[in-house]
Design a binder for this molecule. Sequence first.
Ligand code: ATP
Length: 331
Amino acid sequence: GKIVLTGIKPTGDLHIGNYVGAIRPAIELTQEPGVKPVYFIADYHALTTMRDPKELHDRTYEIAAAWIAFGLDPDKVLFYRQSDIPEIFELTWILSCLASKGLLNRAHAYKAKVEENLKAGRDPDTGVNMGFFNYPVLMAADILLFKTDLVPVGKDQIQHVEIARDIAENFNRTYGETFRLPEALIDEATAVIPGLDGRKMSKSYGNVIPLFSDEKTLKKLIFRIKTDSKPPEEPKDPEESTLFHIYRGFAEKEEVEALARRYWEGIGYGEVKNMLFELLNRKLVEPRRIYRELIDDKAKLDKWLAEGAEKAREIARPFMNDIRKKIGRLL
Ligand code: ATP
């Protein structure tokens, strides 16, 4: 099977856009034949920006609980926390020594930061820590250590997979065939869920519906979604409606078609809001219950993380030994 690796940053405060755009497709992947999905919580990646120890800790558990609440089975797929695998960080150093600084200078996130600083008349590296600069190498180690074939990414992340390939090729040229060359798997099909104000739902816009809101909050937020002022009987284009776009992200095909017809016939937004609430609540009630249970008693999550780490290290340890031999640390 092809190894498909997905890193999940523990940013927490997940919203329904994250679910439709990231969590659900990743969990659907586990049902595909010929695919061996690997998921990890990229907690040390978060250290490039996160400075609150409690936040890093809590977010990690929130992410683990969320993924399991939506049906990720840690007994069936490899699921681990990045910082539990010391081999990743040893490999990061070795790969750093094979990555030219020029290559990393060209990484989008760093380049954007430099340009922003220059525009503001600041030193180009203001606010840049070495972790942020070296982030693509840590990502290369994440990818290469687990012999990844495919990395599902958004368009903005393609370059990171290319950097991993570059570094891997350099290593292979220098020390002999060692790393499998990964490819980016670009998913253009997943829907973008709009937020309360109609723009893309995003933490940065403060327009989100949190994934694990209680029923009351969920209803309140749905009734706050912006609509135009067309009266109920007036025919409406569903494509122009935020409510419809969110509904489509969660409903079955027939339900979506039925609602689209109702839009053209004329339907009141109050009724659509009630339908959307019923739908979301039905889909989220069970995950919400499991999530709360896991967060309130972390022992289960701890056990899964420990088992995941053990399984991941069974793969990482022998491969890391090969790598140590290749570079001459072991002979
Ligand atoms: P930020 O505002 O900090 O960028 P965000 O709320 O946009 O955060 P991310 O953490 O950037 O969310 O994204 C996590 C994952 O969720 C990514 O795979 C992203 O494509 C997906 N995602 C985020 N927002 C949406 C959305 N509105 N619709 C569909 N997918 C989304």
